[in-house]
Design a protein around this ligand. Structure first.
Ligand code: PMV
Length: 299
């Protein structure tokens, strides 16, 4: 397919980032969503292999993210009408599982519209359009998903300070991303954290402080301390109610098998979790363990 966008994983700081704290995220370039507009004789139709969507533009649910996205693109790109064509979307990214599948879909479709209609969109413009759609998926998005995915680079991000590229090579960490297989909507977790804000605010602040420490430790490449901070971050995420029993059990497998640290990534309540291994071989051992109990693992 012609256009694509990567998944992302948040290493430290999810949820707190919604309240202005910093967070660190990296793109996952090997896990992608693809989009292609194919000219044909049909009315404008959208086919998404993963979600089973196969509808003409006029029949789309008016509240859906894809309808909002296409309408926004019509206005931003000043299109007079949609062509006789099919927009095909295919994704390798598991949905509702913390890896930014919604933002990746938006960015891939935006890039494909710009290509098909021969319009120039800067990364900043792509990021802004994707952020508008994130509001539909997340309710109160921080913007970290669309930013990491648009720029496809490791970043440290905050709502007020924007983002800067992360200078340390965090892509070489012996890190496993494990899919619990439990799907959980970001908007539900984000809304529950907000509804309980008075109780949660001290934990959200502590997460913000922890991210600053993690930034230093990642730059130093100190794996043991990075692992300890991941465990602390997970503990704080559990306090705000975004872990769940199954994730706690899967994380205890990591602990028993000498992983340096583990935590959920993204909205939580299921989805994916991270495990920091001691080195590459150890990561392969842990990968086998999780695969043996039927979980999908990305290295
Ligand atoms: O679960 P995901 O991939 O949608 O990530 C959500 C990250 C949150 O911090 C929970 C929300 C946000 O907008 O930052």
């Amino acid at each position: 397919m012609n256009s694509s966008a990567s998944a992302k994983t948040i290493l430290f700081g999810e949820h707190a980032v919604v309240y202005g704290e910093p967070a660190i995220a990296i793109p996952l370039p090997n896990l992608r969503t693809y989009a292609e507009i194919r000219t044909d004789n049909n009315e404008f139709r959208i086919i998404s292999e993963n979600t089973g969507l196969n509808k003409a533009y006029n029949d789309l649910d008016p509240t859906s993210g894809i309808k909002h996205l296409i309408d926004l693109l019509i206005s931003e790109l000043q299109l007079d009408e949609l062509p006789h064509a099919t927009l095909m979307i295919r994704s390798d990214i598991p949905i509702a599982s913390g890896l930014g599948s919604g933002a990746a879909m938006s960015v891939a479709v935006i890039r494909e519209f710009a290509r098909y209609f021969d319009k120039n969109l800067s990364s900043g413009e792509i990021n802004e359009i994707a952020f508008e759609i994130e509001k539909i998926y997340h309710g109160f998005p921080s913007g970290i998903d669309n930013t990491t995915i648009t720029y496809e680079t490791p970043i440290i991000f905050s709502k007020s300070g924007g983002f800067s590229r992360f200078s340390a090579d965090v892509t070489k960490l012996p890190l496993l991303i494990v899919d619990s297989g439990i799907r959980s909507r970001t908007v539900d977790a984000v809304t529950d954290v907000r509804n309980n804000y008075e109780n949660n605010k001290k934990y959200l602040r502590l997460i913000g402080l922890l991210v600053k420490k993690a930034e230093r430790k990642l730059k130093e490449g100190n794996l043991e301390e990075i692992g300890m901070l991941m465990n602390e971050n997970q503990h704080l995420l559990a306090q705000i109610g975004v872990s769940c029993e199954e994730i706690d059990q899967y994380i205890s497998i990591a602990e028993v098998n000498r992983a340096l640290g583990s935590k959920i990534t993204g909205a939580g309540r299921g989805g994916n979790f991270l495990v920091l291994a001691q080195n590459r071989e150890h990561a392969c051992e842990l990968k086998k363990l999780y695969e043996n109990i039927g979980l999908r693992v990305f290295l």
